[in-house]
Unconditional design. Structure first.
Length: 220
């Protein structure tokens, strides 16, 4: 994808929106902003403009916002989709710094958010989430992940500023190839997350936004 020029990026947003984005001096600043917006329990996918206006975001919307904000810092707007079994999927914005990957994420839990840029590959980055990715029953649920998706291919759809639902991006993510993480033997031997960690993970979660798992589901 052709990198968007900074002046063209500025032209997409209002003066006040640009002022917000340019306050972010490093990726972690974007994470702090997302931590402070309310979790959106609605089944919608709104643009970064909507998030700025309403200060609310779900994980997918948070990834889109982070990807847009990363553009102002000179990064490509990349997201990675992580699929789960008997749990919600998760989408993260990824960035590469000094040849290592890091991530920014909005989450209704406390353990699936920021990752420092210390991971050599996307798989290594994704696997840093594995032991902390579980449903409310404590079942470790991360199943697969995609390669990074460059959101600049949706610039023609005005994904950063649209007032329309961006569900079509999610539909595209569902269709692309995902790398399976576990072998059958690994699946059979998975343990449950410690109850203390489960309690910590979901402390302060918006209950309406939590996935309700099926009881005693088969692992994957």
């Amino acid at each position: 994808m052709t990198k968007m020029k900074l002046k063209d990026l500025y032209a997409c947003f209002s003066k006040s929106e640009v002022e917000l984005f340019t306050k972010f001096k490093k990726p972690h600043d974007i994470q702090i902003f997302l931590n402070n917006v309310e979790y959106n329990a609605e089944n919608v996918t709104r643009s970064p403009r909507f998030i700025i206006k309403h200060k609310v975001a779900n994980c997918f919307e948070g990834a889109l916002f982070a990807a847009a904000a990363l553009r102002f810092l000179g990064y490509k707007p990349l997201i990675v989709d992580m699929m789960a079994i008997n749990d919600d999927d998760h989408v993260i914005a990824v960035f590469k710094q000094n040849n290592f990957y890091g991530a920014i994420a909005k989450s209704n839990t406390t353990t699936l958010r920021f990752r420092e840029p210390v991971y050599k590959s996307i798989r290594e980055l994704v696997m840093s989430y594995f032991d902390f990715y579980f449903n409310t029953l404590g079942e470790k649920s991360l199943h697969s992940y995609s390669n990074p998706v460059d959101l600049s291919k949706y610039d023609k759809n005005n994904w950063m500023t649209s007032e329309s639902d961006l569900e079509f991006i999610g539909n595209d993510l569902f269709k692309i190839h995902h790398h399976i993480i576990l072998t059958p033997a690994m699946k059979r031997n998975l343990t449950y997350a410690d109850s203390e960690l489960v309690d910590l993970c979901f402390a302060g979660s918006v209950q309406e936004g939590l996935f309700v798992p099926k009881k005693k589901s088969k692992k994957f």
